[in-house]
Design a protein around this ligand. Structure first.
Ligand code: AMP
Length: 280
């Protein structure tokens, strides 16, 4: 596996491969890699000639300096797991390689999709995400880029950004990779204590119960009440549960009003914020 720290070295390598008609699969990450990330690497390896992973904790998507400072950094382990999984290239840039001094995120107009759910509590977050992914796409020039549906709203943002920036890349959404217990894998799970690890599959169980209730004919209010009541009797604190249209990400008030809907949940186990979603 070849490690690049500078886009000046990386981009010409990719250009050369693309001139030979090779396809490039790309997985942008913030490191602290786990099997969820590796499920994206495996898909890329099957579908492309070369696979590249970027590891970069992007400062412009954090609205809290403390969160940024606390984000786990496990570079050596990341290199180890990527090597083991047969990744071809890794791009681990410094902030200076991607941003000018004092550069801030580009302001995008995403309509409503960056205002709801994860965007409501983190103003500017998705501008930061779109800014860095656009920069990474220009440096890596991938054929296909893989994103996890765990961050479903982020995928919608990236799809819009690619349209607005006119970038030539296929965005490939990938299913959420879960532990056998159902818990969605996340870098944040490392902060759960043993008891919380045992309890956390509750979140996915409630999501699957909610889908079953819908299939039994319950309406949105009944499904939402079930989720609220379940969390009130649990060790977790529910931040939000929304059922939205997959495209607009706006809440729906009837299952029959929309072709594809999805339930999004955020809950706290102690001070660990866990996120998950499911298609309805
Ligand atoms: P992150 O490093 O958390 O920014 O994640 C990098 C990419 O991996 C994003 O596209 C995530 O959605 C994806 N990802 C993280 N965890 C999972 C998971 N459990 N299943 C599928 N994709 C994931």
């Amino acid at each position: 596996m070849v490690i690049f720290n500078e886009k000046e070295k990386l981009t010409p390598t990719i250009v050369e491969l693309k001139n030979q008609n090779k396809t490039i699969g790309f997985i942008p990450t913030m490191g602290a890699l786990h099997e969820g990330h590796m499920s994206l690497v495996r898909a890329s390896k099957l579908q492309n000639d070369y696979t590249i992973v970027s590891v970069f904790v992007n400062p412009t998507q954090f609205n809290n300096a403390d969160d940024l400072a606390k984000y786990p950094r496990t570079e050596e382990k990341d290199i180890e797991i990527l090597t083991k999984n047969g990744c071809d290239f890794v791009y681990m840039p410094t902030v200076q390689d991607l941003y000018e001094e004092n550069e801030v995120a580009k302001q995008y107009d995403f309509g409503t999709i960056d205002k709801v759910m994860e965007g409501a509590s983190r103003p500017g977050h998705f501008d930061g995400v779109a800014t860095i992914v656009a920069k990474l796409f220009r440096a890596v020039i991938p054929t296909n880029a893989y994103f996890g549906e765990k961050d479903f709203q982020q995928i919608r943002i990236i799809q819009e950004m690619v349209k607005q920036e006119n970038l030539d890349v296929n965005i490939i959404p990938m299913p959420i990779f879960r532990a056998e217990t159902g818990l969605a894998l996340s870098s944040r799970n490392a902060r759960l204590n043993n008891q919380q690890v045992n309890e956390a599959p509750f979140i996915y169980k409630i999501l699957t119960d909610a889908v079953n209730l819908k299939n039994e004919g319950k309406n949105i209010d009944e499904v939402k009440k079930y989720v609220d009541d379940s969390f009130n009797n649990s060790p977790f604190k529910l931040e939000y549960f929304e059922i939205t249209d997959e495209k607009t990400l706006l809440p729906i008030n009837s299952f029959s009003n929309t072709e594809n809907s999805r339930g999004f949940i955020v809950a706290y186990a102690g001070d660990v914020r866990l996120i998950d979603n499911i298609q309805f």
